[in-house]
Design a protein around this ligand. Structure first.
Ligand SMILES: Nc1ncnc2c1ncn2[C@@H]1O[C@H](COP(=O)(O)OP(=O)(O)OP(=O)(O)O)[C@@H](O)[C@H]1O
Ligand SMILES: [Mg+2]
Length: 349
């Protein structure tokens, strides 16, 4: 066993510095029968990464033990009995997500201002600073996290306790209704079904120990926002806006709603602030200028940052390889890293 573990310890989890033994991903590794080595893995939820780990194990083991047959399998249990729209009863004094250090919701009044892009980017920037980060996609009607995070084809499975395991990529633990839907299937639920699914993502998902959990909210000020505010421990909210009036008027509605719900507004993030011409370096304020600063001053909420317009954001989002992962030095990524510093200091960390 030890000899085998030593080989397995040389295999890193993709994109990470730690090896698969250290991560607790090796359940057993044994010489069995006369001629076989059996490796049983656990706690890997990203099938692409599992396949590459398996390949690496087969390669290393067969070069060390060329005379043996090597079998690698992953323990997983189907999420059959998780009914995503059952009614979840929770004691009124119980706050969900209470064991997560900092829970941050990302909202806006208006749709399409870049909430999901911002949430994904802040989560990755935070993880790059060394924090343990999760991402909950609370946009039941229009989940974007699976696509943006390159996990569209992943399907969750359960652990021995029948809890759903989050899907991992870029070091982020994620859950989204998108992982349970067939492609192009619209969710046409409302009211109780939506809030039921959301509560299950908080109660029936085995969230690991996390420093920060980011929640990507749907647009507006509706059921999802209220359910979360009432049933979960939300430590703060970040409001995303774009500079023009029709966007920041809705951002103000968002700020007022969260203040009424006694959820602190950590800050405002202005997205699509300007476009910097790659040839002349001149900034063009395509959606107007100053909306974010104006709201920040008037409502006394900090402006966390201004993220420029960059066509790479859309391309990378569609390809599931976020700009912050692929182009960490771009102005867009730098704006996110600075915002994350402000968030961390908000929590005195
Ligand atoms: N800074 C940016 N530069 C260029 N494109 C951007 C930028 N931010 C977001 N986008 C693009 O704008 C579109 C909308 O972004 P996103 O889906 O993140 O918005 P949203 O607020 O979550 O939308 P919804 O309200 O539908 O949930 C996406 O195609 C995204 O790639
Ligand atoms: Mg979105």
């Amino acid at each position: 066993m030890d000899k085998l573990l030593n080989v397995l310890k040389t295999i890193k989890y993709p994109e990470m510095d730690r090896d698969i033994v250290d991560f607790g991903m090796v359940k057993t590794a044994d010489f069995i029968l006369e001629n076989e080595i059996s490796v049983v893995l656990q706690n890997i939820t990203n099938m692409k990464k599992y396949e590459s780990i398996k390949k690496e194990i087969l390669k290393k083991m067969s070069s060390k033990y060329p005379e043996k047959n090597i079998s690698v399998e992953l323990l997983k249990k189907d999420v059959n009995d998780v009914n995503l729209n059952k009614n979840v009863n929770i004691k009124s004094d119980e706050k969900l997500l209470g064991n997560i250090k900092h829970v941050i919701a990302v909202g806006s009044g208006k749709g399409g201002v870049g909430k999901s892009t911002v949430t994904v980017s802040l989560a990755i920037a935070m993880a790059k600073k060394g924090y343990k980060v999760g991402l909950l996609d609370a946009d039941i009607w229009g989940p974007s996290v699976p696509t943006m995070m390159g996990t569209e084809s992943e399907k969750p499975f359960a652990n021995e306790k029948n809890k759903i395991l989050p899907i991992e990529n870029f070091g982020i633990q994620m859950m989204s209704i998108g992982y349970f839907l067939e492609e192009n299937t619209p969710v046409i639920w409302r009211g109780p079904l939506v809030t039921g699914a959301l509560k299950q993502f908080m109660t029936e998902v085995e969230w690991p120990e996390l420093d920060y959990l980011f929640i990507d909210l749907p647009p507006g000020t509706g059921d999802v926002q209220l359910t979360l505010a009432q049933s979960a421990k939300i430590d703060g909210v970040i409001i995303v806006t774009t500079p023009q009036k029709i966007a920041y008027i809705d951002a103000i509605k968002g700020i007022v709603m969260f203040q009424k719900l006694n959820i602190p507004v950590i800050g405002l993030l202005e997205n699509m602030s300007y476009f910097e011409c790659p040839d002349t370096r001149k900034k063009h304020y395509i959606f107007g200028e100053g909306g974010g600063s104006m709201v920040s001053e008037k409502f006394n909420v900090p402006l966390l940052g201004k993220v420029p317009i960059d066509p790479k954001v859309t391309i990378q989002g569609d390809e599931g390889a976020p700009i912050i992962e692929v182009f960490p030095d771009s102005s867009v990524s730098q704006a996110y890293f600075k915002s994350v510093e402000k968030i961390v200091s908000y929590f005195n960390e």
